[in-house]
Design a protein around this ligand. Sequence first.
Ligand code: FES
Ligand SMILES: [Fe+2]
Length: 385
Amino acid sequence: MTEPDARILWQGARRAIAGAAPQRGEPATSPVARYLDPARHERETRALRRLPHAVGPAARVAAAGDWFATVLLGVPVLVTRGDDAVLRAFINVCRHRGAIVAAEGECGSGRKRFVCPYHSWTYDCRGALVGRPHEADFPSVPRAAAALVELPVAERCGLVWVVPEAVGAFDWDAYFGPLAGELERLGYDASAAGPHERRFVQASNWKLVLDANLESYHFQYAHRETIAHLFHDNLVQQQSFGRHQRIVLPKRSLAEAPGDAASWELLGRHSNIIYFFFPSTFLLWEGDHVNGFGITPESAASAACASWMLVPAAGHAKRAAEHWSRNWKIFWDAIDEDFALAASMQRGLASGANRALNFGRNEFACDLFERELEAVLGADDSRVP
Ligand code: FES
Ligand SMILES: [Fe+2]
């Protein structure tokens, strides 16, 4: 991330708050079936399983023997750092008769073996089957054919990313493009600390959560009691990077900042920047840290949310733990308001009152996200029935 990049964003944000024509798109609609239909949910799940999702801070698997087990789009996932220092991800399912091997939701370090709780088939941290009781009873299943099923995995932007289907080689550089490099140049790499995490099930369609976070139209109303006073009304500076998006949200304080002193440091102080990695990862750069979440569907009307704070290694020691805790709370106080409204919308859409969501010209980033997903699904259900 270079200073000229910062200057372009800085000048764009200043033009926007000075009253130049704000960035707008076309009005759009999104049919309610996208958020209610179980068949649509099944199609989305199949498509999303072939795409990358962030599953946790890379710092959690920094050393050989570190591991964690999670569930992604219904797929049990095991992430390990091998004794060869290689990061791997597997479907966390025993090749004997399919039991979950490592306990879901748990993590640890110094682990050399993963033992299935059912009949003790034993895997090493590279996924190889290295032992099983009564070996001679399995003449038709050689050990070499019974390793854990490996998944594509990468460490980028301080997070571990996994494709939860065994799709073979995955082109990570093509997926991330130049956008991940921006965050990484600010120190969000595998050494970034992850001081806070949160997981819960959200009572709405996953897309409603992302729609709620890709516009600032709602800030002055939905966030009246929390962050509204910090931000300009109804302003975004959006840029697409393939299917991903970067959105600059200027703060009111930007008006008093020196106009010609653009830098990432000033940009971080006087704006927030959303890095949205399609389809499910929302990262908010807040100057000296990133707060973010991944949101993936569990059903048409519920979603799994995993959230993390990331702090660059160089900045962590500069502030007391209380600083990071306070910022985590500020983030979640506001984001909880968005999630509650998404749950309200889910109930509202199920009522049958509306046939479609209406996106205004100021909500074009929501429409861009929805359209990219339509493209992935190969769907053409954009017409309101
Ligand atoms: S299912 Fe894992 S050892 Fe039998
Ligand atoms: Fe919000």
